[in-house]
Design a protein around this ligand. Structure first.
Ligand SMILES: NC(=O)c1ccc[n+]([C@@H]2O[C@H](COP(=O)([O-])OP(=O)(O)OC[C@H]3O[C@@H](n4cnc5c(N)ncnc54)[C@H](OP(=O)(O)O)[C@@H]3O)[C@@H](O)[C@H]2O)c1
Length: 262
């Protein structure tokens, strides 16, 4: 049974709340009575979302931060736990991708994916989870992806970063379950957001992409019941199952052909 009522009155820190899945997760948490700390780089977007949520009765704070900066997680920690706001729900959502030939892509763009998708997520989790363990109460959502189930040519760094995220979440989930802390790896397939534009992959936007609101609703219910992995659509679940039985070399051979930039 999902116990989303447990979120009522708890503080949730949502990274990447200025757009897409992060904004949808913040809205979904607010419907279950959570108090929200929204963070991202774009302050205007955070202010707009904060006004919307405040109008529905939610308590909301915003903190702008660039997770490319290794000092940002600690600054977020001091501005929240350090300021007397116990964060019981950590939503590690901020992330980015970069489509194109690895050897032609700016190395900073590649490393930014490692820093934001992986390093900042590890730093934030390392800061907040010990307090959750002390309180014997906490929830951590880690944004992985269906790209985490196999290597993907032309988004090689992104797919590898998401494999890291998923494996990290699954390992941590087993470590901290006995202390009352639940960890979920969320693995969406293609979802409507700004992701494909930011990744210079607009050509891969498809009709029928899942709305971010649907991903968020399913994710928050899965987080509440302590489900360790959520793949939100049947077709993505089927694909993730199928690739277990296919040789990696065959998958990457095929994907390299269809995804090669023109
Ligand atoms: N959309 C998909 O198809 C899909 C599928 C699977 C997984 N995902 C994952 O879902 C998560 C959310 O992506 P989305 O689809 O919602 O994309 P999005 O609309 O582009 O949102 C990305 C969010 O991450 C934040 N962000 C990016 N770089 C940041 C930085 N350096 N510092 C702080 N915040 C940063 C952005 O905020 P600012 O730009 O304001 O900083 C934005 O709020 C990502 O982890 C992504 O990998 C997406």
């Amino acid at each position: 049974m999902a116990k989303t009522q447990d979120f009522n009155g708890k503080w949730a820190l949502v990274t990447g709340a200025s757009s897409g899945i992060g904004a949808a997760l913040a809205r979904e948490l607010a419907t279950h009575g959570a108090k929200l700390i929204l963070t991202a780089r774009r302050q205007d977007r955070l202010e707009t979302l904060a006004s919307e949520l405040t109008a529905t009765g939610a308590e909301v704070r915003i903190i702008t931060a660039d997770l490319n900066d290794p000092a940002a997680p600690e600054q977020l920690y001091h501005a929240t736990e350090g300021a007397g706001l116990p964060v019981d729900i950590l939503i590690n959502n901020a992330g980015l991708g970069q489509y194109g030939a690895f050897c032609q892509s700016p190395v900073e763009q590649e490393l930014s994916q490692v820093r934001v998708n992986c390093e900042a997520m590890v730093r934030l989790t390392r800061l907040f989870v010990p307090r959750m363990i002390e309180r014997r109460c906490g929830w951590v959502l880690v944004l992985a992806s269906t790209a985490s189930f196999q290597p993907v040519p032309y988004i090689a760094t992104y797919a590898a970063s998401k494999a890291f995220d998923r494996f990290f979440a699954l390992g941590l989930a087993a470590e901290v379950a006995r202390f009352g802390v639940k960890v979920t790896a969320l693995c969406p397939g293609p979802t409507k957001s700004e992701f494909f534009d930011v990744a210079h992959a607009s050509a891969f936007k498809k009709r029928g992409m899942q709305p971010a609101e649907d991903v968020a609703r399913l994710a928050i219910a899965a987080l509440a019941r302590g489900q360790r992995t959520l793949i939100p659509t049947f077709s993505s679940r089927f694909t993730a199952f199928l690739v277990r039985f296919l040789p990696v070399r065959l998958i990457t051979y095929y994907v390299e052909k269809v995804a090669r930039p023109s």
